[in-house]
Structure formats: structure tokens, C-alpha cells
Design a protein around this ligand. Structure first.
Ligand code: SAM
Length: 313
């Protein structure tokens, strides 16, 4: 983990209090902490840094849900590498989803945060647009892959063709993606390890319906994003599922009760609500959808309509 993150990090378990973590570094390579730990001086919780990966997820040691476990498997990592980088690898049928989302962000100063970053495409893409960008995800396999790409800048990817047959594809990151301005860490998008008003732009792509407490994610977004000169991009297919969260916690997809109606409308309502936003409401700049694609094997692709809201304040 790059040392420049140190002043931003707080203990997610002690929220809403901001307790700055204290570092103990046992191995460092230039500005990259390879091994060490971050300790909360209040609750005593230790967040390890191992092989360069900082684990700021308070639930790391908890038993993973079926959905969370899925993201740790090699076939799903390979699927996401294809989904994120197929256009860069010159793959037939690649989608332009990440370029479309990137086109919605205005270049800015300060820090950007890509929550649920997976293997890092949008995080890398945003390194062209800001001073520094952090990708955060609770999948160890995804963050390990993203960091490996950040450091080595290329990778031999195994793509499933059919059954046990695979083919190799070579991925090289474009030179315009700046690894000095990029970092990936493990964390929970519902209890973020950052001080209030730390980030200038916040991204939540295809994440909100994968969270057990989606409302906590939106509250965290509002807490750590600057009160002015800030951008927020949320995009989601709103595939609510009881495997991920209780129906009462869904932010939409219900005919009655709390958060009845469509998720996108309810989220826009929160963003304009003075109380929800602590007197700094958001203005919706644009709304639409992006076709996003995931590949399972040579003859199986999933095409997903991801509906976005771009908001500013
Ligand atoms: C459907 S994928 C979307 C990935 C990426 N944002 C994209 O659009 O390509 C959902 C991602 O959210 C991550 N995730 C799920 N629950 C999370 C949580 N509580 N905190 C952080 N990341 C989480 C998963 O590991 C996975 O990378």
C-alpha cells in the first residue's frame, strides 16, 4: 500500500468517530508498504498489510456469503478480467461500458474512490482524471489481481473456451493509466476507512444490489465525499436478491413498504434530501444506462443494463 494513503485512513469499526490508524512498517519498497500493520489506538483492532495488500475490511475474518465466495474463484476472476479489459486485449465482442462511464466524469483535483472496484478497470481509467485514485473491494482475489496489474502492467490471462479448454490472452495496460496515482485496498463499502470529506469523486458501479446494507453504502458515500466540488456516479442493474440482503433493506423493487418503487428513483430522492445529505444535497447532472457485459466462456455472455445517475454538489 502506498504511504500516501496513511494520513487518510481511520478505523472503520470506530465510526462515526474518526480514529486515525497508527502504522507499524516491517517491510517497505520505496513508497510501497509491503508488510506491516495499521492499529487503531482506541479499539485495538489490527488491520494487516501483507504482500502490499492492506486489509481494512473489519469483516475479513467472517464467514463469507455465497455471493462473496463467488468473487474469490479463478473462473470469476477471469470473467471479470475479460469484462474489464476485453477492449484493451482486442477481444471480439468487447463492450465499451467503462469508456461510457468514464465519459460521465469531469477531470478534477483531489482523490477519487472506486467502491467495489473488482479487478480495477474503472480505477485505472480514473487515474487520468484526478490526483490520486483508490479502488476498494472486499474480494481478496480481485484486489490481488488489480495490484498485480498495477505493479507489473501486464498479465497472461486464461480465458475459458468450453469445459476444461482454455486459451491465453495477453493484457498490457495503456501507458496513460498511471500506477503512481493508483492504489487498491481491501475494505467494506458500507463502512469505509476514510476520514469525512476525503474524496472529490465517488464511484459505485454495479455494487449497490450486491450489498447487505445498501443504505449504509449511500450514507458512507455522503460522509466521505467533499461537501462541494464533488461528483458521484452510481450505476446498477438493481437485481435485488434475498441471497444478498433482506427485502426490508432493498432500496427498491417493492410494491409497498419502505423504499417502495424503483431503486433509481429512491436513490435520486435520497440525493436531493437535505436531511439525508446533512444539508449538502446533490443535483442530478444526468441519468441513463450503459450496456455492461460479462463473459463466462466462448459461447456464453451476460449482457446487463446498468442504470446510472451522475450527481454533483
Ligand atoms: C457486480 S461486481 C461489480 C464490479 C465493478 N464495480 C464493475 O462494475 O465492473 C460487485 C463488486 O463489489 C464487490 N463487493 C461486494 N460486496 C462488497 C462490500 N461490502 N464492500 C466492497 N466491495 C464489495 C465484489 O467483490 C465485486 O467486485
Amino acid at each position: 500500500m502506498k504511504t500516501r494513503l496513511l494520513p487518510m485512513l481511520i478505523c472503520p469499526l470506530c465510526l462515526p468517530d474518526e480514529i486515525q490508524l497508527v502504522e507499524k512498517i516491517t517491510c517497505i519498497d520505496g513508497n510501497d508498504i509491503i508488510n506491516g500493520e495499521l492499529r487503531c489506538p482506541r479499539c485495538g483492532r489490527i488491520y494487516p498489510i501483507e504482500d502490499g495488500i492492506a486489509d481494512l475490511d473489519p469483516n475479513s475474518s467472517h464467514i463469507r456469503t455465497k455471493t462473496e465466495k463467488k468473487y474469490e474463484t479463478p473462473p470469476v476472476v477471469s470473467s471479470y478480467i475479460w469484462s474489464h479489459f476485453a477492449d484493451i486485449m482486442g477481444e471480439e465482442s468487447a463492450s465499451d461500458a467503462y469508456l461510457n462511464w468514464a465519459g460521465l466524469i469531469n477531470p478534477h483535483s483531489g482523490i477519487a474512490l472506486d467502491t467495489g472496484c473488482a479487478v480495477g478497470r474503472f480505477t485505472f481509467e480514473m487515474s487520468r482524471f484526478c490526483d490520486f485514485v483508490i479502488g476498494i473491494d472486499n474480494s481478496h482475489a480481485f484486489i490481488k489481481t488489480a495490484r498485480e496489474l498495477m505493479i507489473k502492467r501486464n498479465m497472461n490471462v486464461l480465458l475459458k473456451q468450453e469445459g476444461f479448454i482454455h486459451r491465453e490472452a495477453w493484457l498490457t495496460l495503456p501507458e496513460t493509466w498511471d500506477n503512481e496515482k493508483t492504489e487498491f485496498i481491501l475494505g467494506d463499502a458500507q463502512m469505509l476507512p476514510f476520514k469525512n470529506s476525503t474524496v472529490s469523486s465517488f464511484y459505485s458501479l454495479n455494487l449497490v444490489d450486491k450489498l447487505s446494507r445498501p443504505i449504509s453504502h449511500l450514507k458512507e458515500m455522503n460522509r466521505i465525499t467533499r461537501k462541494k466540488d464533488a461528483q458521484f456516479l452510481l450505476s446498477d442493474p438493481f437485481s435485488w436478491s434475498t441471497e444478498v440482503s433482506a427485502i426490508d433493506d432493498w432500496l427498491g423493487g417493492k410494491n409497498d413498504g419502505p423504499f417502495a418503487g424503483r431503486g433509481i428513483d429512491n436513490i435520486m430522492h435520497f440525493l436531493s434530501d437535505h436531511l439525508f445529505c446533512n444539508s449538502s444535497p446533490w443535483a442530478i447532472e444526468s441519468q441513463g444506462h450503459v450496456w455492461w457485459k460479462i463473459r463466462t466462456h466462448e459461447n456464453h455472455f451476460e449482457q446487463i443494463r446498468s442504470c446510472y445517475i451522475k450527481a454533483v454538489r
